[in-house]
Design a protein around this ligand. Structure first.
Ligand code: FMN
Length: 427
């Protein structure tokens, strides 16, 4: 959560958000968003599209921001006193909520024909978009194309969530993310948030210099016959991001990856494997390491026998005899001689995420478990964002939703600090 407005930290400089309100049925929710942000000590300036003013009045928005609300590109007073460039640059972060299908299309196409779209073209600040629309509009190929383009352009997204629509009998993806979710997604981008304050000076010190970090990433493929295999939906994005974050913080990094479509990260020794057994072998060869992060989604089972020839259809139901794969995390965490000083496992669950992670921490002998909910509605598997809980023997820390790159950097900074302390305590 954002810092307490009364805490001394906020005296440093107030966080500033420019909120662009689009013309959707969920526009009324931006009133609550403004209220909650201001409660947290954030200053909010609002811009409304012409359509947004059909759903909520600039008067109510202005009453909550305690500022005038900007709507018109060709307002000469604004150009002299504030101007669209100033509006776009004065904030630490631009939030678009609700982002209509139309606004997403304008952004993706580079249009600048009203105040909102011109600001979005002129800004040099991070932009966080919270889409809200009818599920068919969200799933329309044009919208999906625009979203993909915007993600490639570095625009951050929160939601939309899946659920009931304002229209009767309509449900699906398209609901505006809840206000606390939007605030949690905004936090990492705010210059004076607790996260930003703690990360920036630490990053500059490259605290993993001289350390070896071993990371596993991606899925494993377990053959059934020469042409078929058992797989899972892991993309490797989180594991690869961790390897890159460790490298950026000064570490020598070995990345052991299952089959992924991602390029090998620059400067990092990358070992490609297919199966769980090959991954374990590659990990063992990669040791010793100071930190080992097991982010790969290793198949729990493999087929006991793999015929040389393709299995043919015979009319009978074929039976695949599954046997358990080696447990890479538990194996490495329980090594006598070469156990890395800090062993971090990932726990991907679809329910009771924290409870399972606590059990896994004890059962596997890991130092930390990073737990995340990978049920289909969270879009973690294959997606760009993650919401994780860091489970340690002492406590559970739940981080807000952030990009996988941000999770990676925070995690590696944390691990570096942990390593520094445990090394100092042992000396
Ligand atoms: C009652 C009503 C509700 C609407 N709700 C949405 C919505 O939730 N999301 C959306 O993308 N468009 C919605 N629209 C369509 C937009 O208002 C329309 O595309 C408008 O041009 C958007 O303008 P803007 O993107 O400049 O805000 C709605 C239209 C009406 C009449």
């Amino acid at each position: 959560m954002l810092s307490d407005p009364h805490s001394p930290a906020l005296n440093v400089k107030q966080n500033r958000i420019l909120l662009i309100i689009g013309g959707g049925i969920a526009a009324y929710k931006c009133l609550d968003l403004v209220r909650r942000l201001r409660e947290q000590g954030v200053s909010v300036r609002a811009v409304m599209t012409r359509a947004a003013a059909e759903f909520v009045t600039p008067l109510s928005v202005g009453a909550l921001t305690s500022d005038r609300v900007f709507t018109d590109l060709f307002d000469l007073n604004d150009e002299r006193e504030i101007g669209h460039i100033c509006l776009s640059r004065e904030a630490d972060l631009v939030i678009v909520a609700p982002a209509t299908a139309d606004l997403l299309a304008k952004m993706a196409g580079g249009h600048a024909d009203d105040l909102a779209s011109t600001i979005l073209m002129a800004t040099d600040k991070p932009v966080l978009v919270a889409p809200a629309m009818n599920p068919r509009m969200w799933l329309h190929p044009a919208t999906q194309r625009n979203v993909k383009q915007l993600k490639n352009d570095g625009i951050h997204f929160v939601g939309p969530n899946v659920g009931e629509m304002a229209e009767r009998d309509e449900a699906g993806p398209g609901r505006l993310a809840e206000v606390p979710e939007i605030i949690a997604a905004a936090e990492p981008h705010l210059a004076n948030s607790p996260i930003a304050r703690s990360v920036t000076p630490l990053r500059a010190k490259r605290p993993l210099t001289g350390r070896h970090v071993l990371v596993t990433s991606g899925p494993t493929h377990e053959p059934i016959d020469p042409v078929r295999y058992i797989a899972n939906r892991s993309s490797g994005k989180q594991g690869h991001a961790i390897a890159q974050a460790a490298f950026a913080l000064g570490a020598r990094v070995t990345l052991v990856t299952g089959p992924v479509t991602l390029p090998d990260p620059e400067g990092i020794k990358t070992v490609h494997v297919e199966t769980a057994q090959q991954m374990l072998e590659a990990v063992r060869r990669g040791l010793p390491a100071d930190i080992a992060v097991f982010a790969a989604a290793v198949a729990d089972w493999r087929s006991a026998t793999i015929p040389r020839q393709k299995i043919k259809k015979t009319g009978d139901r074929p039976v695949i005899d599954l046997v358990e794969n080696p447990d890479i995390l538990a194996t490495v965490a329980n090594l006598e001689a070469e156990r890395p000083q800090h062993v971090i496992g990932f726990a991907a669950e679809t329910r009771d995420v924290i409870a399972y992670a606590k059990k896994k921490l004890l059962a596997k002998g890991a130092d930390w478990i990073i737990a995340n909910d990978v049920s289909s509605t969270t879009r973690v598997l294959g997606g760009d964002n993650n919401t994780v809980h860091v489970v340690t023997p002492e406590n559970v820390e739940s981080w807000p939703q952030m990009s996988k790159d941000e999770v990676a950097e925070r995690l590696m900074l944390r691990a570096a600090e942990h390593l520094r302390r445990t090394t100092a305590a042992a000396e």
